[in-house]
Design a binder for this molecule. Structure first.
Ligand code: XIL
Length: 381
């Protein structure tokens, strides 16, 4: 039997060993080991950011994109950072109908032109987004009082004028002359209640999606035509709708080249195997696949007010998994991955979810590379 005193000595010994090993662990917070959640340590900030060894476009075998607006293109800090990682751009809103379509035969292409010129001067591709979206209808068109035939003529003219205009600016890739604007989301988010009730369906008829694709193809025989939607990676009913649409189009020779999966996802849900299965069923259609608006939320539960290491690390792994799924797509079906924003505080989600403490992108608000960027890069290997 140990005496009371020797018990005390033993207890002290065990406690000292524990303290020493704990302090060793906390020195290692920035080692980014999986079992380290970094909580309660002053090094947390260091571990959430990192210095990239590679820029994304340099290690990818497909285009890597991001969103722009004209005012951001005037900010050299933004454009310097953009040009390092990305070789494809999408207008966040300035090539949507609400920005372009001012009235019958009245189109304002000026913002789009600025974006296209910037891209051309920097060997960057432009992706057109989006010709028809029920959330970007100009007020005058929303309250249009004319006949259905007149409405149809307006929309046909709009699609043809816009596609034709943006097909004009050319660049040379691998000795071939191509348009700077490589593709268009022709219809965005048709499989939603909003679109079901919107003016396009009401006035153009239930076959309005195919009409829009035909008009876009008539305007430009070469530009890639996409159907784009959200939750395709998580909602297999919606994915099934898209599959039926494409099969129907194929059987009736209606032009369509690709599917855009927006990929507004979350760091926890759904499981990677669900994402993989839904993406696979889209890949099976044999069309181009675009992850068109990627971001990954980490604070839907609003439990944090600054990004924690634990969530940043889980987000990093999720970026890696999602990019890996994309990397495994057959090369001839890869159109690219487009991120929906550069730095966390620029994200549309801050307003859309009305949560200022959201961190869905690859850089923090001070343009530091988050470890999310490392996850993206890992997924490209
Ligand atoms: C968002 C933009 O990020 C916002 O700046 C704009 O005010 C509204 O649209 N799905 C889409 C995108 O297809 O066009 C949306 O972009 C985000 C959701």
């Amino acid at each position: 039997m140990l005496s009371f005193n020797s018990m005390k000595v033993l207890k002290c010994f065990v406690i000292s060993i524990l303290i020493i090993s704990c302090s060793k662990d906390s020195d290692n917070v920035s080692d980014l080991t999986d079992n380290n959640n970094g909580s309660g340590n002053g090094n947390i900030t260091n571990s959430i950011t990192y210095q990239p060894e590679n820029y994304l476009k340099d290690i990818a075998n497909f285009p890597i994109g991001n969103v722009v607006s004209v005012n951001r293109l005037n900010n050299s800090q933004f454009t310097d950072i953009l040009k390092k990682d990305f070789n494809s751009i999408t207008a966040e809103w300035q090539m949507k109908m609400r920005s372009i379509f001012n009235g019958p035969d009245n189109y304002n292409f000026s913002h789009g032109n600025t974006i296209v010129n910037f891209a051309k001067n920097n060997n960057i591709r432009v992706f057109g987004h989006a010709l028809i979206w029920h959330e970007s209808i100009p007020d005058w068109l929303q309250s249009f009082q004319g006949s259905d035939e007149e409405f149809e003529e307006l929309i046909e003219n709009y699609i043809k004028a816009t596609v034709t205009h943006f097909a004009k600016e050319k660049t040379t890739i691998n000795g071939q002359e191509v348009s700077v604007v490589a593709g268009w989301d022709v219809v965005n988010e048709a499989f939603t209640t909003g679109a079901e009730n919107a003016i396009f369906r009401k006035k153009l008829g239930s076959d309005y999606v195919e009409k829009c694709f035909r008009w876009a193809r008539e305007a430009d025989p070469n530009v890639k035509l996409f159907y784009n939607d959200y939750s395709l990676e998580s909602n297999s009913n919606k994915t099934q709708n898209v599959i039926s649409l494409v099969n129907d189009f194929k059987s009736r020779n209606i032009p369509i080249d690709g599917i855009g999966l927006q990929m507004h996802t979350d760091y926890l849900n759904p499981s990677i195997s669900i994402i993989e299965a839904n993406v696979q069923s889209i890949i099976n259609l044999g069309l181009l696949v675009h992850f068109s608006e990627l971001d990954i939320t980490v604070n839907k539960d609003r439990a944090i007010t600054t990004l924690t290491y634990e969530r940043a690390r889980t987000q990093e792994l999720r970026f890696k998994d999602i990019v890996t799924i994309y990397s495994n797509i057959p090369n001839n079906q890869k159109f690219g991955i487009t991120m929906w924003g550069i730095k966390d505080d620029d994200s549309w989600l801050l307003n859309h979810h009305n949560n200022q403490n959201e961190y869905p992108l690859l850089m923090d608000k001070n343009y530091n590379y988050k470890i999310a960027h490392r996850g993206f890069a890992e997924g490209l290997k």
